[in-house]
Design a binder for this molecule. Structure first.
Ligand code: ADP
Length: 212
C-alpha cells in the first residue's frame, strides 16, 4: 500500500502534535526554531492529508486517523490478481440440466463456457438458467451454447487490471461477474473470476487496513 511520503520537517511536526497537541502553529514553529510562515505549507499538507485537525483558537491536534490520501492510493493499487477467485467452467455442449447441477455443486452464481480448446465462448448466469427452466424445453436435451451470452459480447478483465475499473464495468453492464482471462493464440484462456463478492471483500480489506 502506498502512503503519502512525509518529509523530515513534516514528520517532526507530526511528532510534536502527537505528544503535545492541541498546540498552535506559533508554538510548533518556536519548538522547531523556525518562522510560522516557514511551516505553513507543511501544516497545510498535514491537515489536508488528514493527519492533523485544526481548530480555531485551540490549535492543531493529531486526528488519530490514517490519512485519506492513502485510502485513495490503496484503492488505486488494488488489482484483479490479488482478489480473484477460481473460475468454474463448463463445456459448451453440456446440457442446461448439468449446468444447473454444476452451479449448485460449485456454489457459484456464474459459469463460464469454453470450447474444446478451452477458449472462452460464453457466460451463464443464474437467470439465464432460470429463464430456460421456465420454458417448455427439456433441460437435459438443450446444450448451454444455445442459451448463453456469447463472445464477442463478453465483458472480461485481466489480472493486472485495477479493481476500480472492474467495479465500473460491473455497474455499467449490470453484471455480477467477469472472467479473468489471458490471451492465447486460439482465443481467451479463463484464469480467474471476479464477482461482486470479491469487490466487497476488497472494500472491507481497505477499511481494515485503515482501521475504519
Ligand atoms: P443474473 O442474470 O443472474 O442476474 P448477471 O446480472 O450477472 O446475473 O447477468 C445478467 C446477464 O448478463 C445474463 O444474461 C448473463 O449471461 C450476462 N452476463 C453475465 N456476466 C457477463 C459478462 N461478464 N459479460 C457479458 N455478459 C454477461
Amino acid at each position: 500500500m502506498i502512503h503519502l511520503e512525509l518529509n523530515k520537517r513534516q514528520t517532526e511536526i507530526l511528532e510534536i502534535v502527537k505528544l503535545d497537541g492541541p498546540i498552535t502553529g506559533e508554538q510548533i514553529a518556536e519548538r522547531l526554531s523556525l518562522a510560522r510562515a516557514t511551516i505553513r505549507p507543511d501544516l497545510a499538507i498535514l491537515t489536508m492529508a488528514g493527519y492533523l485537525d485544526a481548530r480555531p483558537r485551540v490549535g492543531y491536534f493529531y486526528s488519530g486517523k490514517k490519512p485519506t490520501q492513502s485510502v485513495a492510493d490503496g484503492m488505486i493499487g488494488m488489482k484483479v490478481g490479488d482478489f480473484q477467485s477460481i473460475p468454474v467452467v463448463v463445456n459448451e455442449n453440456v446440457t442446461v440440466y448439468d449446468a444447473i447441477c454444476q452451479m449448485f455443486l460449485e456454489d457459484v452464481g456464474t459459469l463460464f463456457v469454453v470450447d474444446k480448446s478451452s477458449c472462452l465462448t460464453g457466460v451463464l448466469s443464474r437467470k439465464d438458467l432460470l429463464r430456460t427452466s421456465l420454458g417448455s424445453g427439456e433441460l437435459d436435451k438443450i446444450p448451454v451454447h444455445v442459451i448463453m451470452t456469447r463472445m464477442p459480447n463478453i465483458t472480461y478483465c485481466k489480472k493486472q487490471d485495477s479493481l476500480i475499473q472492474v467495479a465500473k464495468k460491473m455497474i455499467e453492464q449490470q453484471i455480477d461477474s467477469l472472467p479473468v482471462v489471458m490471451v492465447k493464440d486460439e482465443g481467451l484462456d479463463v484464469v480467474g473470476r471476479i464477482t461482486k463478492t470479491n469487490i466487497t471483500r476488497a472494500f472491507l480489506s481497505l477499511a481494515e487496513d485503515h482501521e475504519l
